[in-house]
Every structure is written in structure tokens, then in C-alpha cells.
Write a protein that binds this ligand. Structure first.
Ligand code: KG4
Ligand code: ZN
Length: 361
């Protein structure tokens, strides 16, 4: 089964095509148009501006995905030549689209495009929760000739999913495909939001996660120590707004915010976030006897987070396997939406699909 995915919930305009292979999906094409440069200038996303950009990008992004040489039957001669595009569309079995959570204007761009395609082509359409999509990035592989065998690369259940993005920090128990139980979320700021807000205090462009990760490698781990909120609480909830306040206090106290101090603050910030995420997730993994841990969301692109998880699993001799998507599939993309639709194939009549900005688990 071949699925076309569309994702426009926040600042990206993304279209991807995947092919279902029973217990994983193969990525055929993954196209992304980003308006990040614009948001970097304004220090964050202005919703109206994001949606306007997405309206401009959606059709060229769709055409680029459908014109991918490896799946295209007839080569397009120019941008107005739609013969190959239409051929590829005919070979699509279903359309998947993010319907929430996200920014209403942005979501509508993807939802209305997907509905139009489903209606015009008479294809099934599957609405996908963006957060569930993030988790399903763990089931995507680039090509079918996988070494080692695909089986060793496929998560087993029960699994624990940690979604760490700009808007969410959620811990979920996944007993089988589509069966999610929310164990806990963040009470205030999400992990990615903490990276971004602290980065802004330090003068970094949005999104600040990658820059904090880069500088943390150069920082002294002993100079600052920031609080680890809710670390010893037995619940599965998170809170990162206190960390932001502690960093702000430090930034106001230090006399000179030179490169060395900024790097040291980055190191202490990242250490605090990773410490909380790893300890609380592994505690839940023990409690629920899971066999896999699935990391996902933009923050899961952080290599130090991945390495720390693996190191602690080894140190504690835990019988659990760690999974994390390819880094470009941690941040928002449409392949994860198509992947979620493949494993949870629940088409709905196009006329019943509406964008839901407040959707949760
Ligand atoms: O999942 P995502 O692309 O968008 C949402 O659905 O929110 O996540 C974006 C978030 C941003 O807060 C960004 O700073 C963070 O992911 N991020 C990182 C890294 N790469 C992206 N945080 C820490 N380290 C990174 N390498
Ligand atoms: Zn996301």
C-alpha cells in the first residue's frame, strides 16, 4: 500500500510518500518547505505569517514529491507539466493528513488540500494526530534492503513513547498499534520550548535546540547547576518553566555574558533537561515492563540525549531496546503522518474531517 502524507501543523509544509511493508514502512520521498528563516528573524512563529507561507508552498511541495524521479513514470519537462504528477497520483492508495494539534490557519492548508485530493481522486483519506505521527517516525526505513534484518529494527510492544517537541513533552504507554495510554505530560513548558526560550535569552535564533546542543559540547559541566523539576516525584509529569527562571536569574547575575559563560549555561541547561527526561522515562520503563522505548519529536534529534539514554540503559542492565528516528524525521515531516496512517488505517469521509488545533491524546 502506498500512502501520500501531508503535514502543515506548524511552520513546515511537508509532503511524503511511503510504502507499507507489513511491520515497517519504506520511505519513497520526503519533501519539506520551511519558513524557518522568516521565523528566525521574528524570534518565533507568527501564526498568520506561517499559514500564508504554507499556502504558497503547498502545491509546489506536492508536485516536487510526486515528481520524484524514482517513483515518476513520465518525466516532467517543466513546472507546468503535470502528466507525470498525475500518473504518480493514480498509484497512491490513500491520503493521510495531520488534523491537529497545531495552528488553525496552518492545519487548514494541509487539511483542505488533502480533502480536495481525496475528493477529486476518490481515494480514502486518514486524519492523523500530529503527536501520534511523531511516534510513528520510529517505524520508517529508507530502503527495503535493510542490514541487519528489518526485524531487529522494528520496535516490540509494550513500548514506552517519549514525545519531546516544541509543544509537548509526553510519556505514553503503547501496548499495540494505535493503543496509547498517556502516563504524563508537561505541566508548563515543553522540553523544546525550554530550549527555545533559554536560547532566546542567550541571543540565539529560533529554534535554539541545535545551537544549545552545539555549545553544550564546549561548556564546563561543573560551573552551573540548574534545577531538575519533578525529578524525584513518582508521577510521570514534567515541568520546565522553573529551569527557564533559574537560567534567567543566572543570566542577570553574571557580569559578562561572554562566549565561555554562554557555553557553560548551555551545558548546564542541556544537562538538566536530559537528566529529567532520561531518569523519568527509565523509571516508567521499569514500572511498566516495556521492551522498547521510542524517542520522537524535535528534541529527540539531540545526539547527547540519545547517547545518555543508551548509556543509562546499558549501565542499569535494562532489558529494553532504544529506538529513535533518523534525525530529519524527528522534526516535523509528512513521512511520519503517512506511517501512522498505514498502521492505523481508519479512513473517514472527507466531508467529516476538520482541523482540530486543541487535539490531544
Ligand atoms: O517536533 P518539532 O519539529 O516541532 C513541534 O512539533 O513542536 O520540534 C521542534 C523543537 C524545537 O523546540 C527545537 O528547538 C527542538 O525541537 N530541537 C532540538 C534539537 N533539534 C530540534 N532540541 C534540542 N536539541 C536538538 N538538536
Ligand atoms: Zn511536531
Amino acid at each position: 500500500m502506498t500512502i501520500l502524507g501531508i503535514e502543515t501543523s506548524c511552520d513546515e509544509t511537508a509532503v511524503a510518500i511511503i510504502e507499507g511493508k507489513k511491520d515497517y514502512v519504506e520511505l519513497k520521498t520526503n519533501v519539506l518547505a520551511t519558513s524557518l528563516a522568516l521565523h528566525a528573524k521574528t524570534g518565533g512563529i507568527i501564526p498568520e505569517q506561517a499559514a500564508r507561507e504554507q499556502l504558497k508552498y503547498i502545491l509546489p511541495t506536492l508536485k516536487k514529491a510526486l515528481d520524484t524521479p524514482s517513483i515518476l513514470k513520465t518525466h516532467a519537462r517543466d513546472t507546468h507539466d503535470t502528466r507525470g504528477t498525475l500518473d504518480t497520483l493514480k498509484n497512491i492508495d490513500a491520503i493521510a493528513v495531520t488534523y491537529g494539534p497545531g495552528l488553525i490557519g496552518s492545519l487548514l492548508v494541509g487539511v483542505e488540500t488533502a480533502k480536495t485530493l481525496a475528493y477529486a481522486l476518490n481515494k480514502p483519506i486518514i486524519p492523523v494526530n500530529h503527536m501520534v505521527g511523531h511516534i510513528y517516525a520510529n517505524f520508517i526505513h529508507e530502503n527495503s534492503k535493510l542490514v541487519p534484518s528489518p526485524q531487529s529494527l522494528i520496535p516490540n510492544f509494550p513500548a514506552l513513547a517519549l514525545v519531546v517537541s516544541g509543544g509537548h513533552t509526553d510519556l505514553l504507554l503503547m501496548k499495540k498499534h494505535g493503543d496509547f495510554k498517556l502516563l504524563g505530560g508537561t505541566r508548563d513548558d515543553a522540553a523544546g520550548e525550554a530550549f527555545d526560550k533559554i536560547g532566546r535569552m542567550l541571543g540565539f535564533a529560533y529554534p535554539a535546540g541545535p545551537e544549545i546542543e552545539r555549545r553544550a559540547k564546549l561548556g564546563d559541566p561543573k560551573r552551573f547547576r540548574f534545577p531538575r523539576p519533578l525529578l524525584s516525584d513518582k508521577n510521570h509529569e514534567f515541568s520546565f518553566s522553573g529551569l527557564k527562571t533559574a537560567v534567567l536569574r543566572e543570566v542577570q547575575t553574571v557580569k559578562q555574558l561572554n562566549t565561555e559563560t554562554v557555553n557553560d549555561i548551555c551545558r548546564a541547561t542541556q544537562d538538566a533537561i536530559i537528566d529529567v527526561l532520561v531518569k523519568k522515562t527509565l523509571r516508567a520503563a521499569n514500572e511498566y515492563h516495556v521492551t522498547s522505548i521510542l524517542l520522537s519529536g524535535g528534541v529527540a534529534a539531540n545526539q547527547t540525549l540519545r547517547d545518555t539514554f543508551q548509556q543509562k540503559i546499558t549501565d542499569q542492565k535494562l532489558n529494553v531496546k532504544l529506538f529513535a528516528p533518523a534525525k530529519n524525521l524527528c522534526t516535523d515531516n509528512a513521512a511520519m503522518i503517512a506511517s501512522a496512517a498505514y498502521f492505523n488505517f481508519e479512513p473517514k469521509p472527507w466531508s467529516e474531517i476538520t482541523a482540530d488545533p486543541e487535539l490531544y491524546f
